[in-house]
Design a binder for this molecule. Structure first.
Ligand SMILES: *Cc1c(COP(=O)(O)O)cnc(C)c1O
Length: 232
């Protein structure tokens, strides 16, 4: 057998640009901004490429997909659930998930607490605040977030900790609007910190808008396509 490199390449599923993209993005991030590499829909081989380049925090939006990848990949990876969470599926990730970004109800917090207790863990969560003008984006109002964080029902939960807020801006080219939505989330965070000092994280910013998000006070960006390439 005498196969040329070019002949073998298509079978290797080898994406040399991932580590380059990752380094390029890391260079732009201030020290106080954490990077969640959003690996949804991407194969384990692509994620391992980022892992070998030093990335340890990955975000998925489907619980089953995250569980499958978690089982196949190194143990020192931090898995973040960034998608909408269905209550009946929390049990599948409660043994290992590091941060759940999209918590949008007290009911969800109660179930996360219940599942975390079974594993004697405390699961960190972010409350998702609706900042976009579109109806399709999930999330709660800042008033609901306050109601939850100051409630008796929440205060007795021992196995869930709300450590920040998360938001998704409107899908638009209007950078003024995006900036205003991010600033609204940061202001909501600042106010909420007064009655809930555990808040440390502002999760906002994706491939198309992370620089705007950082300028508006983000401490955690969730970047997928700029690292792994576009998704189908
Ligand atoms: C897919 C996704 C991202 C990453 O989007 P990119 O535009 O690929 O960077 C970030 N946050 C959430 C909630 C997502 O679902």
């Amino acid at each position: 057998m005498n196969l040329s490199f070019e002949a073998v390449l298509p079978f290797m599923n080898f994406n040399m640009s991932i580590s380059k993209n990752l380094k390029h993005i890391k260079k732009q991030l201030p020290n106080h901004v954490a990077l969640v590499a959003v690996s949804k829909t991407k194969p384990v081989s692509d994620i391992m490429e980022a892992y070998h380049a030093g990335q340890r925090v990955f975000g998925e939006n489907k619980i089953q997909e995250m569980v499958d990848k978690h089982e196949q990949m190194p143990n020192d990876i931090e898995w973040h659930m960034i998608g909408h969470v269905q209550r009946n599926k929390i049990k599948y990730m409660s043994s290992f998930v590091n941060l759940i970004h999209g918590v949008d109800s007290i009911k969800l917090l109660l179930e996360i607490n219940k599942q975390a207790e079974k594993h004697k863990r405390v699961i960190n969560c972010l409350l998702q605040i609706k900042i976009a003008s579109e109806d399709s984006k999930f999330g709660m109002s800042q008033e609901t977030a306050k109601e939850i964080l100051t409630s008796e029902q929440f205060s007795i939960l021992k196995n869930v900790k709300v450590v920040g807020l998360m938001g998704m801006a409107t899908f638009t080219n209007d950078t003024e609007q995006i900036k205003n939505e991010f600033k609204f989330l940061k202001t909501t965070f600042n106010k909420a910190q007064i009655y809930h000092p555990d808040l440390k994280i502002v999760s906002m910013g994706m491939s198309g808008d992370y620089n705007l998000a950082i300028a508006s006070g983000s401490t955690m960006v969730r970047i997928g396509s700029s690292i792994f390439g576009s998704r189908n």
